[in-house]
Design a protein. Structure first.
Length: 239
């Protein structure tokens, strides 16, 4: 090779490597994973991971629709009577073998995680099964899933028209075509502050095995419990 061509070729090679390196650096910056986005208006105590897991979001700060129903012990309970305490409100089928037992376990984890001023948080479920709405039905579910270990647990039921009024008020869709068919219903958790106002909603989740059996990993249910407890504590500390 003529000597006069060596230096230009070397310089061209250096420039090519430098440009390639710059391109790789730019590509790396552009394709790196951005930090997770966080919905605004959530309690600071709830981690972004917990909020994402729960699909947690704030709702307009307005009075929660009131109702009066009967719990698993045959006692009449009104939402208004629970003012002054945070309320975690769910909707469950006492014959459910899918998502409801998982939510029950998450509530037990949540109650165990409560501390201080939030220890009096009330956990409520409203029955969504129009064919199994006796006190005995909700009492059996409460015992089976150890919800009776939660001192402030109330599984509420009543006449079907009264239940339907609560479902409508909270936007819960219930499909129950017959006593032997599965009840399909909206699975949602409301967080109500001590003033009786709706503050947040979350969407419980479920996975299914190849057999069709519902399940969630234990650490996922524990994370749900921690999230529920953190929200309850933020509501309790603001009263």
């Amino acid at each position: 090779m003529p000597k006069r061509l060596v230096l230009p070729l070397v310089l061209a090679l250096v420039v090519t490597i430098a440009v390639a390196g710059t391109a790789i650096a730019v590509l790396t910056r552009r394709t790196s994973t951005p930090p997770p986005l966080r919905v605004s208006g959530l309690p600071a105590a709830v981690t972004t991971g917990e909020a994402d897991l729960m699909a947690l979001s704030p709702v307009p700060n307005r009075p929660a629709p009131t109702f009066t129903l009967t719990d698993q012990n045959g006692r009449r309970v009104s939402l208004a009577s629970l003012r002054g305490r945070p309320v975690v409100l769910n909707f469950m089928d006492p014959h459910c073998v899918d998502i409801c037992p998982l939510v029950a376990q998450e509530l037990r984890y949540a109650e165990a995680d409560l501390t201080g001023v939030a220890r009096d948080t009330v956990f409520i479920a409203v029955n969504v099964n129009p064919f199994a709405h006796s006190v005995a039905d909700v009492a059996a579910f409460s015992r089976t899933h150890l919800l009776t270990t939660i001192p402030t647990w109330h599984y509420l039921t009543g006449p079907v028209p009264a239940l339907e009024a609560v479902w409508r008020a909270y936007g819960v869709d219930v499909q129950a075509p017959s006593p032997k068919a599965d009840v399909i219903h909206t699975s949602i958790t409301y967080f109500i502050d001590p003033a009786g106002h709706e503050r947040y909603v979350a969407s419980p989740l479920v996975n299914h095995r190849a057999s069709g059996a519902a399940f969630l990993p234990t650490n996922t249910m524990q994370a749900w419990g921690k999230g529920i407890a953190a929200i309850a504590e933020s509501l309790a500390s603001a009263r």
